[in-house]
Design a protein around this ligand. Structure first.
Ligand SMILES: Nc1ncnc2c1ncn2[C@@H]1O[C@H](COP(=O)(O)OP(=O)(O)OP(=O)(O)O)[C@@H](O)[C@H]1O
Ligand SMILES: [Mg+2]
Length: 274
């Protein structure tokens, strides 16, 4: 059964008046009538060139941005029709990992607070509603320790600041934060694109390990065919806002149907990850 069902999803961005002579620049059809399923436990790789609409599609699926039209069904619930409390409950199960995990975070936060923040936000929801398990301060610290351990970091990291760590370590902290609420589904948007190949390979291997340990389902976004090929069960190829081809990793690599897929495959030698 599909964990995520995407149906005829479309996002059109209206571009503001152009500064050159006041002409309207028109609109961008960033995601154009996309339908696909993501199955429980799989990694669906989403590959395509810059500007093809990958990030927009990932954000639409998590309802971080509103679609122009179409539907997203998560666990049988229509995400776009969900009301406030339903949406908050669904959001616990869906997380995102970014290329730069700290781009949007306050640099004065210690690692402990960065990872605990989703737990605290969720706690407030629990308390407002008067239901569910309550997580005290000690239990929360313990959860942060476990999460750091799960991503291969030492608990001494808790009292330090994100900028004190390398890019690969920061990505591990970002992953620990994403895992804090025990999600089922993660959109990983270019999580290794800013890292050296060897460090990126370690993060890719960590994501695979976590998938086994926590039973995760991934939408893994990348412009790099070798990375996508290495860790995906299936691959979707995006071009100009559309999915031009989708199939098992074997199918896509051995018998690509689309010229653009062939081009992506030809441009990319084997990845050195192990
Ligand atoms: N908020 C926005 N407003 C206007 N246009 C946007 C917005 N976000 C994205 N776009 C446009 O939508 C198209 C798809 O962008 P998107 O970021 O989804 O591509 P991408 O495949 O993730 O690219 P990259 O590989 O560079 O991350 C691009 O033409 C982009 O300029
Ligand atoms: Mg992107």
């Amino acid at each position: 059964m599909a964990l995520v069902e995407v149906r005829n999803l479309t996002k059109v961005f209206d571009l503001a008046e152009s500064s050159f002579g006041g002409r309207r620049a028109g609109e961008v059809r960033a995601v154009d009538d996309v339908s696909l399923d993501i199955y429980e436990g799989e990694t669906l790789g989403l590959v395509g060139e810059s500007g093809s609409g990958k990030s927009t599609l990932g954000r639409l699926i998590l309802r971080l941005i509103e679609p122009t039209s179409g539907a997203v069904v998560f666990h049988g619930v229509d995400l776009l029709k969900a009301n406030g409390s339903e949406l908050r409950r669904l959001r616990r199960d869906m997380q995102i990992i970014f290329q730069d995990p700290f781009g949007s975070l306050d640099p004065r936060y210690r690692v402990e607070d960065v990872i605990a923040e989703p737990l605290i936000l969720h706690q407030q929801i629990i308390e407002q509603k008067g239901v569910g398990e309550s997580l005290g301060r000690d239990a929360r610290r313990q959860r942060v320790r476990e999460l750091l351990c799960a991503v291969g970091m030492d608990e001494s990291a808790m009292s330090r600041f994100p900028h004190e760590f390398s890019g690969g370590q920061r990505q591990r902290i970002g992953i620990a934060r994403a895992l804090a609420l025990r999600p089922k589904f993660i959109v990983a948007d270019e999580p290794v694109s800013a890292l050296d190949v060897s460090v990126g390979a370690q993060i890719v291997n960590l994501l695979q390990q976590l998938q086994r340990d926590f039973g995760l389902t991934y939408l893994f976004i990348s412009h790099s065919m070798p990375v996508v090929r290495y860790l995906s069960t299936r691959i979707a190829v995006m071009y100009g806002g559309k999915i031009v081809e989708i199939g098992s990793t074997e199918q896509i690599t051995a018998q690509p149907q689309h010229d653009y897929t062939r081009k992506l495959l030809a441009a990319t030698p084997e990845m050195a990850a192990s």
